[in-house]
Design a binder for this molecule. Structure first.
Ligand code: 5GP
Ligand code: ZN
Length: 109
């Protein structure tokens, strides 16, 4: 889906500070970190939730997963958590698909 005018993460894709980037994907720091390292991986293309993962081409989906791992590696993380909240009852507050990458402290040391 094209960039959504009211979507916070579409805006951060366009003009945020990216700690990592690849074709189609960016990573940013979470504004309210829940761990010493808390990054968010965003597809540049607007997709509401992981429920819509089938809208990615197989190669794009593979590259997205590789980019999640690459972002963690670039941040110096060996052990880390990857979390995707899907839907409001699971804690999703921003409806542009994103992957939380959490690490760098207990219990991750
Ligand atoms: P969710 O709850 O949807 O899984 O995750 C949304 C995440 O976005 C939260 O961890 C929240 O701290 C983060 N967040 C909310 N607003 C902003 C913002 O303006 N900038 C950044 N970098 N992160 C944000
Ligand atoms: Zn968006």
């Amino acid at each position: 889906m094209a960039s959504q005018p009211d979507c916070l993460f579409c805006k951060l894709v366009r003009e945020g500070e990216h700690v990592n980037a690849a074709e189609g994907f960016v990573a940013i720091e979470d504004i309210n970190p829940k761990a010493p390292v808390h990054l968010l991986v965003l597809p540049e293309r607007h997709v509401d939730t992981l429920r819509d993962v089938s809208t990615f081409e197989p190669d794009e989906a593979k590259r997205m997963l590789e980019f999640v791992a690459d972002t963690a590696r670039n941040a110096g993380l060996e052990d880390y958590q990857v979390v995707v909240n899907v839907g409001p009852r699971a804690g999703q507050t921003v409806f542009h698909l994103h992957w939380h990458v959490l690490g760098g402290g207990r219990p991750f040391e």
